[in-house]
Design a protein around this ligand. Sequence first.
Ligand code: TRP
Length: 443
Amino acid sequence: MRSQFVTKTGVIAATVGSAVGLGNIWRFPYEAGVHGGGAFLILYIVCVFLIGVPVLLAEFVMGRASRANGVGAYRRLAPRTPMRACAYMGILASLMILSFYSVVAGWIIEYLWQSIVDLFYHVTQAEYERQFDSFIANPWRSLGWTVGFLLINFLVLRRGVEKGIERISNLLMPLLFLLLIIFCVNSLMQPKAMEGVKFLFKPDFSQLSPSVVIGAMGQAFFSLSLGLTCMMTYASYFSDGTRLTRSASITAILDSLVAILAGLVIFPAVFSYGFEAAEGPKLVFEVLPAVFAKMPGGAYWAVAFFALLFFASLTSTISMSEISIAYFVEERKMKRTAASGLNTGICMVFGVLCAMSFGVLSDFTICGFTIFNLFDYVSSNILLPLGGIAISLTAGWIIDRNILWDQLTNDGHIRSTWVRPIRFCMRFVAPIAITIVFIYGLL
Ligand code: TRP
């Protein structure tokens, strides 16, 4: 018997747990900062609801209808089509993402450690930046945390999906949300906070460029864990009573809220303390210590926040790992522990390379990207949307329409008002919109 999520909140907790992670709190502010704020935010939200939700539903439908891993789902639902290649691409991309994601998760562990021993709350701004630079360039510390994080991930994975994830997510995600709201209020009370709010919410369409549009779409896919059959694999553990449309909308709304809240913590602080919005991947790690340093009891808030963010990252990496583990176990007949070990081993090799691209390998670039940036760019901006096209086309055109209808209405038990518009989005809107963004990006 395959395992299933046992409770109704378990499903939401698992999908939101997968979606909410470093993508919202680290990647969204840095991408929004690089791409000029307001215009990026609007495009991102449009992508989430116009493309993201239909693709998410397509993954849910395919996962629950097949009750199989990504490769198995394509094999059962779209036999004898070349679409299955996309599931293999998904496995590859999930390993790439997991590798660089673990490096950033390692930075979180370092910050948690630093907050516990209370090292960086007495220093000046220039020192935060210098400290962070010397930390990520330090080969042993950063590598050690990356490997350490992957080991913890391995230990949770070995136990299986329902015990590991449901419990962590149910309790800790709401707490993280609460902390973000508190920090957001704190940031908004700082001098010049309004400049940050304007930056985030006031679109300046003169900033619009192909890279902004591609970045916004990539961010929507990354943040919703889409395109790699990750949500498909999770949906294969849903019970028959789970309402797919409702779960997808709740996931998309909560996920976007967390990203916007993170933006409202970071950008007012960026303007108030004089950081650079377009700083890139380091942004959040330089701004947050400054935020905590100015908060009463900052070191305690910092410990709580980094601990929760650590768990949020873990629920995301668990979901990412589940793609390849479910494949190894179901298609290659491996034992779960061996499959988790293989997944962890591969990511350790690539993860170490990604970590080193901030130090010894910082001059090693491919097409102008360091290994870390290359993995991030190629997977998020190219592979995830490509996977999204394949998934929405498969759910919209290839699988039997009765399967789609049964899944979306739970065999006729819930109203079917939304089925037609959703199918329309899967068949036309999502694939065409993704293609247009690609073409625009290539111009
Ligand atoms: N969505 C997660 C985040 O925002 C990351 C993630 C988990 C992911 N699973 C994924 C991204 C699958 C792409 C594909 O942190």
